[in-house]
Design a binder for this molecule. Structure first.
Ligand code: IMP
Length: 186
């Protein structure tokens, strides 16, 4: 299939569901009695946000933000070989619709990789003066980090593999796979 081998399951849908239930309980406890605003990073976080939010039993709102990376962000085949780097220039393609001022904002991301996107978004969001700002990510690749940034809620730490499914893509494909899968390198 386009020179790409079949995806292999890394994290099953059952493990994802059970971990998200734990994350949702944690968020429910941490913000007990308060309202939260989930802000998902398009497009990868859409599926995670919708599952996570349904495990959070609080007064909640949703919003979405879009970003893209400038510079030498790679072609998909470079990504797959793992031999790529971003310049760190992140650009906003869609802003939030709601005010974040004085609200408990939870930034929801599919994967925290080099940390460049999250570092950019964190700074941007703090400028909107939220009451609090937390980061929730389904996946974390700590070995790839270039910026010193951590998420407050992490689903799974994974090795340096290119993953797809459950919202994550390879050239816009595979987002609808129910499990997180690895695309084997050629
Ligand atoms: P960062 O700015 O390097 O932390 O990159 C975060 C973004 O890179 C994520 O939101 C994904 O869009 C993309 N990304 C990083 N690693 C992967 C992967 O293994 N599969 C799919 N997308 C990835």
């Amino acid at each position: 299939m386009h020179g790409v081998s079949q995806p292999k399951v890394l994290i099953s849908r059952e493990r994802i569901a059970s971990r998200i239930a734990e994350m949702g309980s944690q968020i429910t406890t941490d913000f007990s009695g308060e309202a939260v605003l989930f802000v998902g990073v398009l497009k990868g976080a859409a599926i995670f946000l919708s599952d996570l939010a349904r495990q959070v039993h609080l007064d909640a709102s949703f919003d979405f933000i879009g970003v893209s990376s400038y510079g030498n962000r790679p072609s998909p085949s470079q990504e797959l070989k793992g031999g790529w780097d971003s310049t760190g220039e992140v650009r906003l393609t869609k802003d939030v619709d709601q005010s974040m001022r004085d609200r408990n904002v939870i930034l929801v991301e599919d994967i925290l990789d080099t940390g460049l996107t999250m570092t950019y978004l964190k700074k941007l969001f703090l400028g909107h003066q939220p009451r609090s700002l937390k980061i929730a990510t389904l996946l974390d690749k700590p070995s790839r980090r270039k910026q010193n940034i951590q998420a407050d809620y992490v689903g799974f730490a994974i090795p340096d593999e290119f993953v797809v499914g459950y919202g994550l893509d390879y050239a816009e494909r595979y987002r609808n796979l129910p499990d997180v899968c690895v695309l084997p390198r050629e």
